[in-house]
Design a protein around this ligand. Structure first.
Ligand SMILES: O=C(O)CCC(=O)C(=O)O
Length: 272
């Protein structure tokens, strides 16, 4: 299969240039992979999930002034929501991921970020620091659910870092990051912002340094649905990640050491 063979009805969704960029820089964006109508339905589903209240282990809002208190990210929503499962296992994502990974793909996790106005971001980090996929690494499919830009805390990537080892993170600035780990850009490399529209999907290598700043908009959320995937040849992954084939069947893998949820969260601000 060549990269331009994939996609519905002969429509190429990953170009040769996109594949080359993924290999060279560690990321690529497929524009309009999902339609606005599909993204609207997904957002409506998460609005309803938010309104229905906590789901222990997946969605745990709390009291407090921090904008993320009422809108924490949803962890593994595909385990509690049918539409989230359909997105995670979507055939268009699968087509792109099989080309990027060069083999059959397993889904390892999903997340949904509401990132309301005023919310902190997630400091620069590498996903495989948390997933600990061995051998190799994971690939993320980061689906934009709003117009996403520098003002509302869009993702930033550091091209080329996917070829580097996993760094030992420093402590992040809790004023701007809800997650503790921070990987400074290696000398000579600079983060690049990725502006996106609803339905665009950013694919990136699990060793790529990436993250986001706060949402500084006053009236715009920055919602995103995120799937993490691994190749079928992976032998181990962190116990937090329950791998599935793209048909939805569980494929238990032996546990690797040192793994955890993607981004260790600081304790909530305020008195304890
Ligand atoms: O969406 C963000 O701000 C960060 C998400 C992220 O870093 C990830 O999916 O690994």
């Amino acid at each position: 299969m060549t990269a331009t063979d994939i996609g519905a009805a002969g429509h190429p969704i990953l170009t040769q240039e996109g594949l080359a960029q993924f290999q060279e820089d560690g990321f690529t964006v497929v524009r309009g992979l999902f339609g606005y109508d599909e993204i609207d339905r997904l957002c409506a589903e998460f609005t309803a999930l938010h309104a229905a209240g906590p789901v222990p282990g997946h969605f745990e809002p709390r009291e407090g002034d921090d904008p993320l208190a009422a809108h924490p990210r949803v962890m593994h929503p595909h385990e509690i929501n049918e539409l989230a499962l359909r997105f995670l296992l979507d055939a268009r994502l699968r087509g792109v991921l099989e080309v990027l990974l060069g083999e059959e793909v397993l889904a390892a996790q999903s997340m949904f970020y509401f990132k309301p106005p005023g919310a902190r971001g997630q400091a620069l980090h590498q996903d495989n620091f948390y997933l600990r996929v061995e051998p190799g690494t994971c690939v993320a499919a980061w689906v934009a659910c709003d117009v996403i830009d520098r003002e509302n805390g869009g993702l930033e990537v550091v091209p080329g870092t996917h070829r580097m080892d996993i760094f030992c993170p420093e402590e992040a600035d809790a004023e701007v990051s809800f997650a503790r780990e921070y990987v400074p850009p290696p000398p000579g490399l600079t983060p690049v912002p990725v502006d996106m529209r609803p339905g665009d999907v950013l694919f990136f290598n699990g060793s790529l340094v990436h993250g986001s700043g706060p949402n500084r908009a006053t009236d715009r959320f920055r919602r995103s649905f995120i799937g993490h995937y691994i190749g079928r040849s992976a032998e181990r992954i962190g116990g937090f990640y329950r791998t599935l084939t793209m048909s939805g069947d569980r494929v238990p893998l032996p546990e690797s050491e040192g793994a955890g949820p993607c981004g260790t969260e600081f304790d909530p601000p305020g008195p304890h």
